[in-house]
Design a protein around this ligand. Structure first.
Ligand code: NAP
Length: 319
């Protein structure tokens, strides 16, 4: 049987993903085209199948050239760079990779909290520079018995809450809806939770609904002793206000895996000891990326078999 054409929007895929796709698909790499818009105008109509990731998504300038697309598989759970509601209205199935990355992202959130509270990066530099020879490092703050607020108690947030139990925290959460069957305290208003907790973990999706949900008032409510950990999306935090609040001491500390215009990161953060920075690596281990890759590929292969997918996004679950 002739192979089908697959449009690959992300610039790279693992060898394992390419091998698994090779039997059924010919891969067309958008990133290799010098003039992507002209190439898409000429070739876009032939693609029914698209593979992308959470960062690249399928933005409107690409989508407008894909009149015959039937399925978009996203390597990643966040799909804020794909207009899933529009896709659903057009009968296009969008899939993503939920659950297989919960543990890894939750671990990254805890890593950022520990690194920030215990000043891991500062103290590592302290040893390497030889400063220890002149005396011990300053004391840090404990992560034990803290009031912890989770903004977004979804799949990852719940996994995080369970993992945090070893630190004997008092856990609360905020989301739009109270979650049934959950014993953690629910705050209908984010600012009220921010005022009450020592550390706030942000693990919401991106997009318009969460844009700058962590604003100046929320960060000031978290306060000079408070810590913000963001492993959700950079757009959920008003980054310019966060930088100022960290500079002025109105917000105590931050551990950040995601940024508003990544890979661009505000340079003012680079010199701050009370901030820990990661390059959006929440799920970036060999093991978890393998599981995400397998799910992304299997969503496409199953679609070829019977028109269904394993993990459609909520907007497309009734297609
Ligand atoms: P999920 O199960 O859909 O959970 C999302 C949570 O956010 C839900 O509790 C939801 O509750 C809440 N939420 C959504 N919109 C909200 C709003 N406007 N205000 C307050 N709360 C809101 O998703 P997940 O699988 O846990 O993943 C969460 C996000 O993590 C992804 O979408 C992605 O952006 C990010 N992520 C980052 C990395 C990384 O590498 N750093 C890796 C994986 C995922 P309600 O609907 O009740 O509001």
């Amino acid at each position: 049987m002739a192979k089908l054409d697959l449009l690959v929007v992300s610039p790279s895929l693992t060898d394992r993903m390419q091998d698994a796709l090779a039997e059924k698909f010919t891969l067309h790499w958008l990133a290799k085209e010098a003039d992507q818009q002209s190439w898409l105008a000429e070739n876009g109509a032939k693609f029914a199948h698209v593979l992308t990731d959470g960062h690249w998504g399928v933005k409107p300038d690409i989508m407008q050239h894909l009149p015959n697309v039937k399925v978009i598989s996203c390597y990643g759970v966040g799909y804020d760079n794909i207009d899933a509601a529009d896709c659903a209205a057009r009968g296009v199935v969008v899939t993503h990779t939920p659950n297989v990355l919960n543990a890894e992202v939750a671990n990254t959130a805890i890593l950022l909290w520990l690194a920030t509270a215990r000043r891991l990066v500062r103290d590592d530099a302290f040893v390497r520079s030889g400063a220890w020879l002149n005396g011990g490092a300053p004391l840090t703050r404990s992560v034990e018995n803290r009031k912890v607020g989770i903004l977004g108690l979804g799949r990852i947030g719940e996994d995080l809450a369970q993992r945090l139990a070893i630190f004997s925290p008092e856990i609360s959460y905020h989301s739009r809806n109270e979650k049934p069957g959950v014993s953690y305290r629910y705050y209908p208003k984010l600012i009220d939770m921010a005022r009450d907790v020592d550390v706030m973990f942000c693990i919401t999706p991106g997009g318009a609904a969460t844009h700058h949900i962590v604003n100046r008032d929320v960060m000031e409510a978290l306060g000079p002793d408070g810590t913000l950990i963001n492993v959700g999306r950079g757009t959920a935090v008003d980054e310019a206000e966060m930088v100022k609040a960290l500079q002025d001491g109105r917000l105590g500390n931050a551990g950040l895996d995601v940024f508003e215009a990544e890979p661009k990161v505000p340079e003012a953060l680079f010199a701050m000891d009370h901030v820990t920075l990661l390059p959006h690596v929440g799920s970036a281990t060999v093991e978890t990326r393998m599981a995400m890759g397998d799910l992304s590929v299997n969503n496409l292969l199953q679609f070829l078999t019977d028109g269904t997918t394993i993990s459609p996004v909520p907007e497309c679950q009734n297609l």
